[in-house]
Design a protein around this ligand. Structure first.
Ligand SMILES: [Zn+2]
Length: 195
């Protein structure tokens, strides 16, 4: 299996055989990466790696089990959590202490769980948005390490609470989930498709 070094020299081994190195798939897990803006990775990488940020285009690896957060198109630079300033919630298990949910409005998962499970209120996404501020920010491009809206992970969290903590939360609650910055994301995906 191939070995790769991260920007600080941590050695990573590929998670499986035969991963195609095409620049768009994570070199460690093989998952298709999500393209990120330089301002996004620049906001989350430690300043000592900013020079590397400028050297190539970057993708985010969405695989929860994969240690790679960002990889560059030429597969020359890889970032793991230790090389970033921001804890990346997409790589943390639900229920982990201090796991962020909404980076724009600084909402931790604990707050949502407290509203829904301890106080037994916030029975809809609208309530959660209004009481905690989660999913109401507009700065995901810079604050969220994926550069994308927190709507989808928030929906996953509510589903998890429904399954593990509170089965009286009705499924229609989940259907209300809307993106706080859908237009930003749509524009971003259009821009990012450009060569
Ligand atoms: Zn990966």
């Amino acid at each position: 299996m191939n070995e790769f070094k991260t920007v600080s020299g941590i050695v990573l081994q590929q998670l499986k055989e035969g991963i195609e190195l095409n620049g768009k798939n994570c070199p460690i897990s093989g998952d298709k990466g999500k393209r990120v803006f330089r301002i996004t990775i620049g906001s989350h990488a430690m300043p000592k790696y900013w020079r590397k940020v400028k050297e190539d285009d970057y993708y985010f690896c969405p695989n929860k089990q994969c240690p790679v957060i960002y990889f560059s198109k030429k597969n020359t630079h890889i970032f793991v959590q230790e090389e970033l300033r921001t804890p990346v919630m997409h790589k943390m298990e639900i229920g982990t202490e201090n796991r962020p949910v909404c980076y724009c409005m600084q909402v931790l998962e604990e707050e949502i769980i407290e509203e829904m499970v301890v106080k037994h209120c916030c029975d809809s996404l609208i309530d959660i948005q209004n009481f905690t501020g989660a999913n109401k920010g507009k700065d995901c491009k810079i604050t969220n390490p994926t550069g994308r809206c927190c709507g989808k992970p928030l929906k996953e969290l509510i589903e998890w609470i429904q399954e593990h903590k509170r089965d009286d939360v009705k499924p229609p609650v989940l259907e209300e989930a809307i993106s706080c910055c859908k237009s930003i994301e749509e524009n971003a995906s259009i821009e990012l498709e450009l060569p």
